[in-house]
Design a protein around this ligand. Sequence first.
Ligand SMILES: Nc1ncnc2c1ncn2[C@@H]1O[C@H](COP(=O)(O)OP(=O)(O)O)[C@@H](O)[C@H]1O
Ligand SMILES: [Mg+2]
Length: 159
Amino acid sequence: MKSVAVLKKPKMITGVNSFECSFDAKSINESFARLLVSAFVSQLDPTVADMTDLKTAVSEAVTNCIVHAYRDREKYKNARVYLSGVYFPDGTVSITVKDKGCGIDDIKQAMEPLYTTSPSDERSGMGFTVIAGLSDKLKVSSDVGKGTTVTIEKKVFGG
Ligand SMILES: Nc1ncnc2c1ncn2[C@@H]1O[C@H](COP(=O)(O)OP(=O)(O)O)[C@@H](O)[C@H]1O
Ligand SMILES: [Mg+2]
């Protein structure tokens, strides 16, 4: 008896999809955030390069929440990172990383290459530069004393 099986790759994306979560601002959760983003974005069947870019960009933003936003651990007892994402039928992925920490008073300066407020911690000051280079769009908004929101956008298919 002859049998044939044909595996057809299912068309993954049917519309808008989104997720939202929060986790403790601990460095152990940097890899957790990367995993969450890859699980979400893999639904779009991205290239390995696009997936890596997004994970790296998100990771930099999450690290910033942990090391900068909640630097004063005494003050921020319940330090949490808020991660959310959405993708659209045109292949655009938007990931938002938010904290309720100290905020940034001069965003323009903070985004300059090599600028860091923690040189002693061996920070390179290249986080925002890396994120900008790996994404199509980077938006940073911040309120001193209230927190910072970073939105990273990247198109993973459709040009
Ligand atoms: N979420 C944040 N909350 C408060 N300050 C931040 C945050 N993200 C970035 N910053 C500020 O912007 C600076 C530059 O960030 P970045 O480019 O990632 O470099 P680095 O993390 O190496 O210092 C940081 O040194 C810090 O002062
Ligand atoms: Mg950084």
